[in-house]
Design a protein around this ligand. Structure first.
Ligand code: SF4
Length: 344
């Protein structure tokens, strides 16, 4: 438990949390939608500060981050709580636990553990990191000083205040859209009014110099509309351009949507093809082991330049500076050992 930074006192003991776009207004004794930020006597406290619900070492490709430091080990951690209420969440046992539970650990000890386990960086993942931004910040600042990268796997509901704090430490963000960003989908299955704030967040991350990747979880019949897909992709293009990687993820039944079948692979391929047709240089299909669209194809010559298999990068046909070895196309993929300054 620690006093939060991202909030304002708005009179009569009430506070406005500024960590995410819900902007919860809380009277003394009230806790926000995420379940981990509570008004105690007119001050906002983060109840999961120093309390971790899960810690694992994952390959960076599992986050997914596909265009930075392939085959790196990433120390992944979460707290409890979330600012979304996804009916299909695969981590629902921690994200929908709206109370502070977990193993006590200091920011210093998180970083030491990541280094001991020979990790290239730390990912704040499994539940939404924006809700524990102050804890992530304190870990991330130490991690950056010690040469580690920091990755958010996020639903993109960061406010400008959160992004300003993220600038101190965040190297990369994978921003997850759900169900092609359809408004009815967001309302019915996530309890969020719309995906609109996410486009603003993308721009904010890009302006802050944070490496960006995008995923979209495609749900059969309820979150796979072509019209909404085109609208979402058009908005992403307007916000951050066509060099951001986009990956279409297969849904697997979980939590309250046990009866919905997995997404057809053809549906994911159609999404991939529409993204390419609309001008995206790097489109992928995820959660389909061995699929050809796990690979990166060179936008210049069309050849496979990064080969992947599930969460392993198996072949890289790029110069250390990320250029295609066949045609010299500058992909922007960030490799270890490049001469230009590596991201921190
Ligand atoms: S982080 Fe939690 S308390 Fe703050 S605005 Fe979002 S849901 Fe509300």
């Amino acid at each position: 438990m620690k006093e939060a930074v991202l909030y304002e006192e708005i009179g009569e003991g009430r506070v406005k949390c500024t960590a995410c776009w819900r902007y919860c207004i809380l009277k003394p004794g009230q806790t926000g939608f995420c379940g981990v930020r509570t008004n105690l006597d007119g001050k906002l406290y983060l109840s999961v500060y120093g309390l971790v619900s899960a810690m694992h070492v994952d390959p960076i490709e599992k986050k997914p981050v596909l265009h930075m430091f392939p085959n790196s080990r990433i120390f992944s951690l979460s707290t409890t709580g979330c600012n979304y209420a996804c009916a299909y969440c695969q981590n629902w046992d921690i994200s929908q636990r709206r109370k502070a539970e977990g193993t006590e650990i200091t920011p210093e000890d998180v970083v030491d553990e990541a280094i001991r386990l020979k990790c290239r960086g730390i990912a704040y993942t499994y539940n939404e990191p924006t809700i524990f931004m102050e804890f992530a910040h304190d870990i991330g600042v130490i991690a950056r000083k010690k040469g580690l990268i920091n990755i958010f796997v996020t639903n993109g509901f960061e406010t400008d205040e959160s992004i300003a704090m993220a600038k101190d430490f965040l190297t990369a963000a994978t921003v997850d859209f759900k169900g092609n960003a359809g408004t009815q989908f967001y309302r019915k299955y996530i309890s969020v009014p719309s995906a609109e704030p996410i486009y603003h967040t993308l721009e904010g991350f890009r302006k802050a110099g944070i490496h960006l990747e995008i995923t979209d979880l495609v749900l059969p019949g309820i979150g796979d509309s072509t019209e909404e897909l085109r609208n979402m992709l058009g908005r992403i293009l307007d916000s951050v351009g066509n060099d951001v990687p986009v990956e279409f993820l297969r849904f697997h039944p979980d939590f309250k949507l046990q009866d919905l079948p997995p997404t057809l692979v053809e549906t994911l391929e159609r999404h991939h093809d529409i993204a390419v047709e609309m001008g995206f240089k790097y489109a992928y299909v995820g959660n389909v082991p061995g699929h050809r669209y796990e690979n990166t194809y060179c936008p210049g010559c069309g050849r496979v330049i990064v080969e992947r298999n599930v969460f392993r990068t198996t072949k890289i046909m790029l110069t250390p500076e990320g250029e295609c070895i066949y045609c010299g196309y500058p992909t922007g993929i960030i490799l270890e050992g490049r001469k230009s300054a590596p991201p921190a």
